[in-house]
Design a protein around this ligand. Structure first.
Ligand SMILES: Nc1ncnc2c1ncn2[C@@H]1O[C@H](COP(=O)(O)OP(=O)(O)OP(=O)(O)O)[C@@H](O)[C@H]1O
Length: 295
């Protein structure tokens, strides 16, 4: 997905909140959106999710299925959790017979079983946030957009967020997450974009410097035909290209005591992008990708 020269303002005569934004993410890639209060993080996420249309420019190649979790779940709705998720599942395209299993799965997974028949307005903030997560995941999204997903969640539930993100990435989806409270470390493999002064650029030097192996990774993957790495390689100067590598350094095994081991992994060429991203997300260093003829 690509935001190309995107501008947005909320009022036709008002100031531009975002100007000339050019960012992109490939399948299997995650990006964390950083910035001060009011910088425009939520605005950027809503553009990506398709909630807003840009005033100028375009959002290209957005996956068909987008899971959008707003910063505050709109709990003022006359439904129980079960009723709400059932309706959302139908809207997401699940058949009537498939909905109950999907709802049950996510209700259990997110610890909502005790509240299944509780009306949404009676839920605590954290529980309501989990309903927001559940509705976005009922059908596996090609793009998952999470606006401050850790907000209001207890310590145990916070651990769920990186788990869910990794699952979407492993399935070949992309994930965009905003974070103004420094939870970034929970997603060590993600790109980092900073929203400031109305535009978006790679996050600052606070991120560790990329090791040489990381910068060599993208062309090699591109050669293997990965759409993910191919789009990164094509985006010279765009945040996604410059921000992709530090995450690898964050989990660099070279920093571990006791030496390193190199593990060769064989995957179908079509899944190279997602696999590379998932391995990076788990903190592994990608040294190279090579193609071999089918065995
Ligand atoms: N619906 C709206 N109508 C008018 N202005 C808006 C609207 N939503 C946001 N803004 C303005 O756009 C700017 C960016 O807001 P946005 O919510 O995107 O920032 P943010 O970085 O997500 O902030 P926070 O960290 O506080 O959530 C702010 O100046 C805000 O006042």
């Amino acid at each position: 997905m690509r935001l190309q020269d995107v501008w947005l303002r909320y009022d036709r005569r008002g100031p531009w909140v975002l100007r000339d934004v050019c960012v992109q993410m490939g399948p299997g890639e995650a990006a964390i959106v950083l910035g001060r209060n009011g910088a425009g993080k939520s605005t950027l996420l809503q553009l990506a999710a398709g909630v807003f249309r840009p005033g100028r420019g375009a959002v290209l190649d957005r996956p068909d299925r987008v899971g959008w979790v707003p910063e505050r779940f709109p709990a003022d709705q006359p439904f129980t959790i079960r009723q709400y998720l059932t309706g959302m599942g139908r809207m997401a395209g699940l058949t009537a017979s498939a909905v109950p299993a999907a709802v049950d799965r996510w209700v259990e997974r997110l610890g909502l079983a005790a509240y299944r028949e509780v009306p949404l307005p009676q839920l605590s903030k954290g529980t309501a946030q989990k309903v927001g997560l559940a509705q976005a995941l009922l059908v596996p999204p090609g793009l998952l957009v999470l606006d401050e997903p850790w907000e209001g969640l207890d310590a145990e539930s916070r651990e769920l967020v990186p788990e869910l993100v990794t699952e979407v990435l492993t399935g070949g989806g992309s994930v965009l997450v905003s974070d103004h409270r420094g939870e970034t470390a929970r997603l060590p493999g993600a790109l980092r974009w900073l929203v400031a002064d109305g535009t978006v650029r790679p996050a600052d030097a606070a991120a560790p410097a990329p090791p040489p192996a990381a910068s060599a990774g993208s062309p090699a993957v591109a050669a293997a035909g990965s759409p993910s790495a191919g789009s990164s390689a094509a985006s010279a100067g765009a945040p996604v290209a410059a921000a992709g590598s530090p995450a690898v350094a964050a989990g660099s095994p070279a920093a571990e005591p006791g030496g390193v081991s190199v593990v060769e992994v064989v995957v179908p060429t079509a899944r190279v992008g997602g696999t590379v991203a998932a391995l990076r997300a788990a903190g592994h260093e990608i040294r190279r990708v090579r193609e071999e003829s089918a065995r």
